[in-house]
Each structure stands twice: as C-alpha cells, then as structure tokens.
Design a protein around this ligand. Sequence first.
Ligand SMILES: Nc1ncnc2c1ncn2[C@@H]1O[C@H](COP(=O)(O)OP(=O)(O)OP(=O)(O)O)[C@@H](O)[C@H]1O
Ligand SMILES: [Mg+2]
Length: 467
Amino acid sequence: MTVRSIRFRLTAWYAGLLSVVIIALGALLFFHIKSYLEDTLLETQARRARQISDTLVTNAGKTGEAYVAREVAALYDPEKSDRFIRITSRDGRLVYRSGVPVSQAFDPAAVPAAPPSQLEEFTRKQPIAAGPALLIAAVRAGAGGTSYLVEVGTSAAPVETMFHHLLLLLGLGLPIVAALAASGGYILIRRTLRPVDEIAGKAEQITQHNLGERLPVPATGDELESLSVALNRMITRLDDAFLNSKRFVADASHELRTPLTILRGELESMVQEDGVPGPQRERIGGLLEEVERLSMIVERLFALSRLDAGEAQSEWVRFDLAELVATTAGQMTLLAEDRRIAVTCDAGSPVMVQGDRSRLKQVVVNLLDNAIKYTPEGGAVRLRVFAAQGLAVLEVIDTGVGIPPEDLPRIFHRFFRVDRTRSQHPEGAGLGLAIVESICNANRGEVEVESVPNKGSCFRVKLPLAA
Ligand SMILES: Nc1ncnc2c1ncn2[C@@H]1O[C@H](COP(=O)(O)OP(=O)(O)OP(=O)(O)O)[C@@H](O)[C@H]1O
Ligand SMILES: [Mg+2]
C-alpha cells in the first residue's frame, strides 16, 4: 500500500480522527472525575471537622482542651484511619495533632499551618514532598472567648490510584481501538475500491488493436459506475474514429489502384511506341519508375489496411517454416548477388508452424529485402530457423549499417525511415516493417530487433509451433 493511495489516506484519516476524539474525550472525562472525587473527599473531611467542632471543641471552655484532645484521639483514631487531624487555638497554640498514620503517607508534624483566611470554613490541597497531596478541610469554632481552627485531612492517594488505572486503560485501549478501526476501515475501503483495480487492469490491456473491448462496469450505482460508463463511451468514440481513419486509408488505396494501373499501362505503351525521340523516351521511363514506386506504396497501404481490418486469412495451413525461408532466400539470391552480399541459410530441420503461408512469406521477403538493402556491398546476411521453448524462431542477421538506439522504438511505425533524406536508399517507403509486425500479430506471433550501428542488425520473428 503506497502512502499516496486513497486507501492509505482514508484509513490514516479515519484512525487518526478516532484517536484524537478518544484522547480528547478521555482527558475531559479524567479531569472531571478527578475534581469530582477530590470535592467529594473534601466534603467528607469538612463534615468530620464540623462534627469535631460542634461536639467537642465548642465545649472546650467547660471540659478543658486536654479532654478534647483525648476524646478526638479515642473517637476518631486518626492514625489507623489514615487521617490528619489538627486543632490549633487562634494564637497558634497546638491543642491536638494526630500522629503518623499507619500508611506513612504523610508526616502530620511537617504539615504547614493553615494559610490565613477570613472564612468560617475553607479547604485546601496541601502538596506533600514524596507522594500524593493532602486534602484538608478547616472549620473555625469558638469556645469560652477563644477561637479554634479544626483541620481534618486525608491523602489524595485513592484518587491518584484511580487516575493511574484510567490512564493505563486508555493507554492500552486506545491502540487496540485505533487498530480495530483502521483495519475495519481499510477492509471496507478496499472492498469499495476493488472495482478501480479491475477497471485499471482492463484499461491497461486496451490498445488500438482491441478497441472493441470495454471496461467492466461495477453495478454499484456510485461514482465508479458512472466513471466506467463514461470511459466506455469514450472508448466507443475512439473506436469509431480509428475505424473511420482505417476505412479512409483502405478506400483511398483501393481507389488509387485502378488509375495507377491505367497510368502504368499507358506509359508502358508510350515507351514502346515507334518514333519516340530518345530524350522523351528517357523521361517517360523516369515517370514509369515513379509510377511503379507509387503503385508499390499504394499496394502496401492496401495490404496494411486489410491486415488492420483483421480480414479473414486467405489460407490457414500447417507448413514448414524452414522450407519456406530456404526457398524464399533462394529466390532472392539474384538481388543479393547484384550487391555482392553473401546470403547463407541455416534451416536444415523442419520447423512446423500453422498460419497464413503467403503472408508469412511476405515477412521473410521484407526482412531479407531490408537486410540486403541496408548492408554495404561485400557484407553478409544470415538466416536462421529453429525451434526453441515451444516457439518457431526466424532470425535475419546482417552485417549492415545498423539502427541508432533512439530510433529502435519507432522502427515498426508506418512511414518511419532512419534515413529521412532518402539520400542513400531513395526507393523505400517505410512500410515494410509495419507490414511485418501486422502479419506477425495476425499469426499470433511477434517480431523484435537488436541492432548496433555500423555493426549490424538481427530481426527475430517468433511464432507458435504447430501442434
Ligand atoms: N536490416 C536493417 N538494417 C538497418 N536499418 C534497417 C534495417 N531494416 C530496416 N531498417 C531501417 O528501418 C526503416 C524502416 O524499414 P521498413 O522496411 O519499414 O521501410 P523501408 O525499407 O525504408 O521501406 P519499404 O520496406 O517500405 O520499401 C528503414 O528505412 C531503415 O532505415
Ligand atoms: Mg523495407
């Protein structure tokens, strides 16, 4: 899963938002509970302080301070109940102070005097050096002209403990909840976006050769469905446009054939006519050559448009590719001899293929024609036919001019020629290899090329072996 994928971003947003909400709500809840618990504890201490003040301290004038101290110690037993109790007179004299509690949570002697206050009752949170704070409630009581301050306190330890437990719960729970939410969300999003992968996979496969195919339309009623419907309409329009342009080339080349044939016939009879002066005859000969070139281009365009249209194969037979290559090479030796190029053919054992024999012969002719044409005089061309890995392979290897690496990707394009100025090879149209590729594809095969400039080229045709 890449970081930029919709899946990742939605899942991350989902899990992130959930974590933030949980943390915020948790924090709010903690502080609320904490202050509620502390208030409740302080309220309990205040009640106890009032009780001590009402029942004992207000009578101190009659009973004496020592009696009050004794009674508080006996009735409330503060050391055992972990409580802090202190009674001081207005002038700061200590009447009673509880001892160190059993829990050792605080030292009563170290608790500083209450801060000055005009209030009858007040509370405070007294920090303790090592441990939880003391929650203290103080109440004033008057007796026999003297005023006393009764302080009752307890450790905030239970609140802190609860706080820690809640924190632990959140610390453990949050990742689990976030992980559950993220994985659940991821599964949901993946299921929702699965059609996108299918559409993308199919779109990758659609090329100009199979524009009749369509993208899958998920019946989800959502944006994805309308997207694939819209894309399919676009493919239909492209298909129509392609068909129109192919039909145009097919019609144009077909229409051009007849006038060209007439033109050639006329020119031929003009050349043969008696009484035509020499220079004129030469000019007509030149025209005849150009007309022949034009006819050849038109014939090739016509052949290509028929291949494009996927026209039914003229013959679909089982034959020996090695034998076809050997005969074709034999028929073309004259052409090679003219240019003093040695053609050798390694096609000994039969290699059976199934396909359109005459069109595949055209493949051999075009490749061999190129190899001879683009190899300087005195060079060599080698043909090889063999079976390898379930495929019939034909290699046409030459020691010619080669093809620059930057032109290799365009070598099979229509009308593409490396030498655009036609300075060295004026006769080519740039259609031979396009025809080779079309025929190979129509015969369920493929053609590839390797080439080194000024060293030579190797064109390799691969076809399925006949069963
Ligand atoms: N064996 C080869 N060695 C070097 N260059 C080649 C070879 N075969 C093809 N090419 C280059 O590829 C171009 C395209 O080849 P293609 O056969 O399609 O056209 P062409 O030979 O120029 O014309 P056509 O075959 O239509 O008469 C050629 O113009 C040539 O530059
Ligand atoms: Mg050619």
